[in-house]
Ligand binder design. Structure first.
Ligand code: PRP
Length: 216
C-alpha cells in the first residue's frame, strides 16, 4: 500500500480485454514490455521508469481490487461493474469490448416472457438479471446461478431462458437459441479508486484525458 503513493497501479482483466487495453495505453506512452511475454507466470509487471505497475486478475475481481485500493485504476466490462456494484468511480467508456446483455432462449420461450409467466432464468449475472426481471419487467422468476457455458441452461432443461452476454451471436446460433429481449449495451470502462482519485488526481486525470483523446 505504501508504494501506491509512488507507483500507479493498474488492474486489468485477463484475456482479450487486457491486450486491447495495453495497446491503448501504449498509444498514450504507458507501456510495459514484461507483460507481453506469454510464457511468463508472473502476476505483477512493473515499468520502473514510468513508476507504473500492472496486474492481471479475473474480471469480477477487478472492481474488488480497485474498491480496496490495491489498484488505483481498473479496466473492466460494464457487465462486471453492474454485477459487482462496487464503490469505485467509473470515469471513461473505452468504446471497445462492445456487446449486449440479453435474455436469450429458444423461440418457444418468447411467449413465457410476454405473458410474464414464472420462469427459470440461468445466468452468471444474477444481480443484473434480478434487476431486469423484478424492477424493469415486474416479472417473478426463479434465478439459477451458473459460472459459464450458460447456453447449456435451456438446452439441457435447467432453465427456460438465460441472461448472458451476446457479442457476435455465434454461440447462440450454434446452439439453436435466439436473443429474445435486450437488457443493455456493454463496453469496456475505466474505473478509479475513490481515494486515489483525490490523492493522485493530477496524474490520473492526465491519463484519463489522454485516453479520451486517443479514442475520439
Ligand atoms: C461469453 C458469453 C457467451 C459468449 C457470447 O462466454 O457468456 O457464451 O461469450 O459470445 P458470442 O455472441 O460472440 O458467441 P465466454 O466465452 O466468456 O465463456 P463462458 O461461457 O464460459 O462464460
Amino acid at each position: 500500500m505504501e508504494e501506491n503513493g509512488k507507483y500507479l497501479v493498474f488492474a486489468l482483466c485477463k484475456g482479450r480485454l487486457a491486450f486491447k487495453t495495453l495497446e491503448l495505453l501504449e498509444k498514450i506512452g504507458i507501456h510495459c514490455e514484461e507483460i507481453k511475454d506469454k510464457d511468463s507466470r508472473k502476476l505483477v509487471f512493473v515499468n520502473e521508469e514510468l513508476k507504473v505497475k500492472f496486474f492481471l486478475a479475473k474480471g469480477p475481481d477487478v472492481p474488488t481490487y480497485v474498491e480496496h485500493g490495491a489498484a488505483d485504476i481498473g479496466v473492466v466490462g460494464s457487465d462486471i461493474i453492474m454485477e459487482e456494484n462496487r464503490r469505485v468511480y467509473e470515469v471513461l467508456d473505452l468504446g471497445f469490448g462492445k456487446c449486449r446483455m440479453c435474455v436469450c432462449g429458444p423461440e418457444s420461450a418468447r411467449e413465457l416472457l410476454q405473458h410474464r409467466e414464472r420462469i427459470r432464468v440461468a445466468t452468471k449475472y444474477p444481480t443484473i438479471a434480478k434487476d431486469y426481471f423484478f424492477n424493469v419487467k415486474n416479472q417473478t422468476v426463479d434465478m439459477i446461478k451458473l459460472n459459464g457455458s450458460v447456453e447449456l441452461g435451456p438446452i439441457v432443461g435447467l432453465s427456460d431462458v438465460i441472461v448472458d452476454i451476446v457479442e457476435t451471436g455465434g454461440t447462440l446460433r450454434e446452439n439453436g437459441l435466439d436473443v429474445l429481449e435486450e437488457i443493455c449495451p456493454l463496453s469496456a470502462r475505466v474505473i478509479v479508486n475513490q481515494v486515489s482519485m483525490k490523492m493522485q488526481n493530477e496524474r490520473i486525470e492526465q491519463i484519463i484525458n489522454a485516453l479520451r483523446e486517443s479514442i475520439e
